[in-house]
Design a binder for this molecule. Structure first.
Ligand code: NAD
Length: 295
């Protein structure tokens, strides 16, 4: 199938590569020309803008940073809706505000374009392996149409969560749990170091118990090495927590712990660490406590 792919960053590039590997034909676009060149080398065709992608493809995937980027690429000048034919399927895999998903879907529907929101979890390693967890909102029939041949070529699972926006609401739940889990790990390992127990031994001792988690397995080795290379940037996690807090306020769901970790991340950004991996929450604790958690 000929698929359009818009947004070839840390996540979009390996996801697009997996679609190519699965035998799909790809037409790609990104405002970053280097990313486009890299995809072209692997057999994709480039287009001069999102509208030019839509002219050639009946299925289009967007993988962009946040709500304004998706709005611009879909509804803006030279955007998808300028030239998409009726019946085109738009799969937005970016993590954006659920109410913006609903807003964009309405505009798409007016033009006969069928949009689902399908954000992902798993980070770059799982994007590379094609084992992402995909959470989907929108018309169930559209989801079924693209599940096997497209979504499951990028992910190990694709779960239908409800109406349009439900994918992104699910993603916000995921992002709260990840942020709080990393903060808990950073706080607890600071205690270990301060109280004189080697953090590496703590990790070995507790990773198989109830405190063990995917977050602990992925992030503790990085924190112990002082590795803050993204992965998932503090700036992007701030974006998700801001969307979570707005969504929580609108829905009447208090999020006190989320607000607390949001302020830790805001402090890190103010200190110049916004482009670091979100495991840099460890740096927040290192500054508070005056010690290094890792080596
Ligand atoms: P990224 O910043 O690495 O990539 C975004 C890409 O979009 C860039 O290449 C940028 O040039 C391009 N872009 C921006 N505006 C554009 C526009 N108008 N038209 C075309 N291209 C445009 O971000 P990422 O890490 O790949 O994340 C993408 C989305 O996936 C985000 O919503 C993020 O929250 C989510 N996500 C990221 C991770 C992760 O670990 N990095 C994990 C899960 C979900």
């Amino acid at each position: 199938m000929k698929i359009g792919f818009i947004g070839l960053g840390i996540m979009g590039k390996p996801m697009a590569l997996n679609l190519l590997k699965a035998g799909h034909e790809l037409v790609v676009y990104d405002i970053n020309k280097t990313a486009v060149m890299e995809l072209k080398k692997t057999g994709a065709t480039d287009a001069k803008n999102a509208a030019a992608v839509a002219k050639q493809c009946r299925v289009i995937i967007t993988m962009l940073p946040n709500s304004p980027h998706v709005k611009a690429a879909v509804c803006g000048e030279n955007g998808v809706l300028e030239s998409a034919e009726r019946g085109t399927v738009l799969i937005d895999m970016s993590s954006i505000a659920p109410d913006v998903s609903r807003e964009i879907e309405k505009v798409c529907a007016e033009k006969g374009v069928k949009m689902i929101d399908a954000p992902v979890s798993g980070g770059e390693p799982k994007a590379v392996d094609g084992t992402l967890s995909i959470m989907v909102g929108g018309d169930r029939a559209v989801f079924e149409e693209v599940k096997e041949e497209i979504l499951l070529k990028m992910g190990a699972s694709a779960v239908y969560c409800g109406e349009i926006g439900a994918g992104n609401t699910t993603k916000l739940v995921n992002q709260i749990i990840v942020a709080l889990n990393i903060a808990a790990v950073a706080e607890a390992y600071t205690l270990a170091r301060k109280a004189g127990v080697e953090p590496k031994l703590v990790f070995e001792a507790i990773k198989g118990g109830l405190a063990g988690s995917t977050v602990m397995d992925a992030k503790v080795p990085m924190i112990l090495e002082g590795n803050y290379k993204p992965g998932f940037k503090i700036d992007l996690h701030i974006k998700d927590l801001a969307n979570a807090i707005d969504t929580g306020h609108a829905a009447g769901a208090p999020l006190p712990l989320t607000a607390c970790v949001m302020e830790m991340m805001q402090t890190l950004r103010a200190d110049g660490f916004g482009q670091d991996d979100h495991d840099a929450l460890a740096k927040y604790y290192e500054k508070l406590s005056g010690i290094r958690i890792g080596i």
